[in-house]
Design a protein around this ligand. Structure first.
Ligand code: GLU
Length: 475
């Protein structure tokens, strides 16, 4: 079965992890079956509309490579179509105008709640005569349009791709609003018309829509349309099994880009929030291309998915380590364009040495600052605890002499020069490796001295060693 799916965000805020996971599942459900994936912006709620949210959705999908297969649909441009469909329902007596005021509905709800009844609209306006309706309209009373739930109670069911058979009785459903008093359709109506009109045959969305799905199936029936298949996604919880919030890192999706997570990590991480390849496989690394082959919507679990930020960091580290140095350097420059000014070969050397330590691209600046400008450090740092100031001085002097007198080559060459320095001068590793490393990095933790020599090159390394020696002697 080829599935045509859509991601249908409401631009009421910046897209979060959960929204984009849905987009990814929608995309994969389509691509893995040879179907099409569409983007629809559900912007009919004019009050909650956040203009920058639309652009944000585009940027997020672009970042992750989830491209819509057709023109993006904006619900705000389809008002006439929705209103035409509402008229159709009114004409068939399957919907009706409701003039009840907010005050009346509030009172009704309160009195129902008092006697422990579910708050359901009591259909007062269903009984209005044509004349009463006309009079109210002439008086300019505002109204909404409600969908009429059929009187005969029944059990509505569907075979959810994730949850199996779901059955919900219609007697708990109320005549819900399909057109608001401002003339705009609600989600309850607009999404159905669009899904039908766009040829969507699989709706992938959050599980919060499960209780409302029978209402939507009734609307399909009212129009005489076949409902799509449904796949309701599991919740995403924090590691403490509580609702995902900012505290767990549930921030706007592009924050992850800004923090230096790679798009491919994000795809991999998001897909595992609910999906696994099944069949007892323990594989956990998947590219988008692989997922287009392997993903099956039926393999999504209905149990809540756990969002684990530490796992994301770990996974991003793995992805970074698997990049070629050239690719990593390109990404570092793209991430922070100020690196465009840095000599490319030098930057590639820094990237080579630091690659294994990086968990995010954003860490690079802090980790690597000392290559560009020697960090200030205390002279006392030059002497390791297993050495003495005198032996350290000798170690630095001997290293300078050896390094000046030898050819400059690769990391292994520097390792042998340093080990020669130790042996030739009856010094210990602590008298040579440590002070040379501190001299070059200004830090107590850094890559090995041989790696630093290779990155910094002859002039800069010798300069730093001299600075260290002077510092040490003066101290
Ligand atoms: N606009 C709805 C939302 O963002 C879409 C739900 C759906 O996918 O049908 O929650």
């Amino acid at each position: 079965m080829k599935y045509n799916t859509r991601f249908a965000p409401s631009p009421t805020g910046l897209a979060h992890v959960g929204n984009i996971r849905t987009a990814l599942f929608d995309y994969l459900a389509a691509k893995s079956t040879g179907g099409k994936f569409f983007l629809r912006i559900e912007d009919t709620d004019r009050e909650r509309f956040v203009p920058e949210a639309v652009d944000y959705i585009h940027q997020a999908l672009d970042w992750l490579g989830l491209k819509s297969d057709g023109e993006v649909v904006y619900q705000s441009k389809r008002l006439a179509m929705y209103q035409g469909k509402v008229r159709e329902l009114l004409d068939k007596d399957l919907a009706y105008k409701c003039f009840c005021t907010k005050e009346r509905l509030d009172d009704l709800r309160q009195s129902q709640e008092k006697i422990g009844k579910p708050p359901i609209y009591d259909r007062r306006c269903l009984g209005l005569t044509k004349t009463e309706i006309r009079e109210k309209e002439e008086k300019g009373e505002s109204f909404v349009i409600r969908f009429r739930i059929p009187n005969a109670p029944e059990e509505i069911f569907w075979h959810d791709k994730v949850r199996g058979r779901v059955t919900i009785a219609t007697d708990i459903l109320e005549d819900f609003i399909i057109l608001k008093s401002d003339g705009w359709p609600t989600y309850n109506l607009a999404h159905i018309i669009d899904d039908y009109e766009m040829g969507i045959n699989l709706v992938v969305r959050g599980e919060e829509f499960v209780p409302s799905t029978p209402k939507y199936i009734l609307v399909y029936r009212a129009f005489g349309w076949e409902p799509p298949e449904y796949a309701h996604m599991p919740l995403t919880l924090g590691k403490d099994h509580k609702k995902l919030s900012k505290r767990h890192g549930d921030t706007a999706i592009l924050d992850y880009k800004e923090k230096g997570y790679l798009a491919e990590t994000m795809i991999n991480f998001l897909v595992l929030l609910g999906w696994n390849p099944g069949g007892g496989s323990t594989e956990e690394f998947f590219s988008l291309e692989e997922l287009k082959e392997k993903f099956r919507i039926e393999d999504v679990n209905k149990a809540p998915a756990i969002f684990d930020l530490e796992r994301l960091d770990w996974m991003n580290g793995v992805y970074i380590r698997n990049l070629s140095v050239k690719d990593l350097t390109d990404r570092l420059v793209e991430f922070d364009p100020s690196y465009q000014k840095v000599d490319r070969e030098f930057l590639e050397r820094v990237a080579t040495v630091e690659q294994s330590r990086l968990k995010t691209l954003s860490e690079f600046k802090e980790i690597s600052d000392f290559y560009f400008d020697l960090t200030k450090y205390e002279a006392s740092l030059l002497t390791f605890k297993k050495s003495t100031p005198e032996a350290t001085r000798k170690g630095l002097e001997a290293s300078l002499t050896e390094l000046k007198g030898n050819e400059w080559g690769n990391v292994e060459d520097f390792e042998s020069i340093l080990s020669k320095t130790v042996n030739k001068n009856q010094l210990t590793n602590a008298d040579v490796y440590w002070p040379v490393r501190v001299a070059l990095s200004g830090k107590d933790k850094s890559p090995s001295p041989a790696e630093l020599l290779w990155v910094l090159g002859k002039d800069e390394s010798l300069k730093r060693l001299l600075v260290a020696l002077n510092k040490h002697i003066v101290d």
